[in-house]
Design a protein around this ligand. Structure first.
Ligand code: SF4
Ligand code: SF4
Length: 469
């Protein structure tokens, strides 16, 4: 089973319409994050490291729908956090189906069976479960830091397929991915009955616990050439053929950061799903006030040099396909011709990714205070802001503009704002939730369990979280 023609037509007609209207900044996929809480803590995840009061928050359905309506994208992807933990997931999906949006509900599937048995979802051509599967059993359980998750997701996929739901897999690959095992994993997923697979290299999130597993551009080319060379006939990918060629280094694409915008608990994330450089109150404002020339590989921004993630490049590939007859023919050729072995990809040596230097303590000048406030947006813990009247304000700071600083107070509901001109200092407080401590603990647990099993001991399934699956 492949992507339905009605979905392809919805996307094609939408893109052609934007072209006729001469719109440059349009979105094809809206990434809607209704919560940041998850029941896993994966090594490569840069999304869940927040203080508890942020993880408890959920987006109002009305806010989510207003974002969907404003953005207009024909596809809505719902990641998180884990959307199956979102209290209003059934209502949100029903409302999106009414709007004829094609929904990709991205889930680790630990709660999928339960939600299906509860009757939360009706099968629909508009709804697809995009199940997080990072490779075969060992690879997946290691990547998500919990044994038993592969089996649980496998069973849930089987049930969802048998109930008539559309199911795809969503695989993020890191530098320890093995070509042979991953190809065998593709076979296994297709045999399970999934409609198609999405495969992407992991983005080198500065907040992810495992900082050593990310792929450089060269290693991405190498890995994807190995994976996709002579693809098997029964493999279906839920990705544009041009994007696949880009992953193999056969085609150069530039990033389109506004093409898959992210609406999250803090607003419209600037500039893209991966980087967090503040939030805009509306999609129109995001488009109007973001300095797009500062992003993408061509900008020289070090955070973009190794990025080959679908949210930045898939919209470029889709735009290329429908923007000219040449692009369309290129896509058709890529679809039917496969990948020529002899064609060499560009030889790019990306510069090292820079890390934030500021400690957030001490700012003798206004410029330093400005810098520390902006870096506090990227810090995954609460901060204390002191104002000229001597008062202190504690919370999770998520936006800094020339006039205002916005934050979620640690001990009160809602959003608070301070005038930028009133602020005299900002200090980091407590733990940075992206400090990687959980990852170190997991690797130790994993290695200990492996050694014990090798010595013949019986060791129960292990994970960062200790409660049973
Ligand atoms: S990557 Fe893992 S931890 Fe992050 S949201 Fe997905 S399942 Fe949860
Ligand atoms: S290259 Fe990647 S990180 Fe940079 S703006 Fe594009 S999607 Fe975001």
């Amino acid at each position: 089973m492949a992507v339905p023609v009605s979905q392809m037509w919805a996307v094609a007609s939408y893109v052609i319409k934007q072209r006729v209207l001469r719109r440059k900044h349009y979105a094809t996929v809206l990434m809607l994050e209704p919560l940041l809480r998850c029941n896993l803590a994966c090594a490569g995840c840069g999304k869940i490291q927040y203080p508890a009061h942020i993880l408890k928050k959920e987006m109002a359905v009305a806010d989510a729908l207003a974002a969907v309506d404003e953005c207009g994208a024909p596809i809505v992807s719902i990641p998180g956090g884990e959307p199956m933990m979102y209290t209003h997931i059934g209502e949100l999906v029903r409302e999106l189906v009414k709007r004829k949006k094609y929904i990709y509900l991205c889930t680790n599937a630990l709660l999928l069976k339960q939600r299906l048995e509860e009757g939360v979802f009706e099968p629909s051509k508009f709804l697809t479960f995009s199940v997080h599967m990072d490779g075969d059993r060992d690879a997946h359980d290691f990547a998500v830091c919990r044994e038993g998750t592969y089996d649980k997701a496998y069973e849930a996929i089987k049930l969802a397929v048998s109930l008539g739901h559309r199911v795809t897999t969503n695989t993020t690959l890191f530098n320890h991915a093995d070509v042979g095992r991953t190809r065998a994993f593709f076979d296994e997923m297709m045999a399970l009955g999934v409609e198609a697979m999405t495969v992407s290299p992991g983005y080198s999130y500065q907040k992810a616990p495992d900082q050593h597993g990310f792929l450089s551009r060269e290693n991405t080319y190498k890995l994807f050439r190995g994976l996709l060379q002579n693809p098997k006939k029964h493999w279906e990918f839920n990705q544009s053929p041009l994007f696949m060629q880009f992953l193999m280094g056969k085609l150069h694409l530039e990033c389109t950061p506004w093409g898959n915008p992210c609406y999250t608990l803090f607003g419209w994330q600037r500039p893209c799903y991966l980087l967090q450089e503040g939030y805009a109150p509306s999609f129109a404002e995001l488009v109007r006030t973001t300095n797009w020339e500062n992003y993408g590989r061509a900008s020289g921004n070090p955070k973009c040099q190794n990025c080959m993630v679908h949210c930045g490049y898939e919209p470029t590939a889709v735009h290329e396909t429908f923007n000219s007859l040449r692009g369309f023919i290129k896509t058709v050729q890529a679809t039917f011709a496969g990948v020529p072995d002899s064609e060499a990809g560009p030889n790019i040596t990306p510069p090292a990714v820079t890390r934030f230097a500021s400690t957030g303590e001490g700012h003798a000048t206004e410029a330093e205070l400005d810098r520390d406030l902006r870096e506090a947006v990227d810090y995954r813990g609460d901060v204390i802001v002191t104002t000229r009247d001597g008062r202190t304000h504690e919370g999770y700071l998520f936006n800094v503009t020339a006039d205002l600083v916005e934050y979620f107070p640690s001990k009160e509901a809602g959003v608070a704002a301070l005038k930028r001109a009133e602020i005299v200092s900002v200090q980091r407080t407590g733990r940075d939730f992206a400090d990687g401590k959980g990852w170190e603990a997991w690797v130790k647990k994993y290695n200990d369990a492996k050694a014990a099993r090798a010595a013949g001991e019986k060791v129960e399934a292990i994970g960062i979280y200790s409660e049973p699956l």
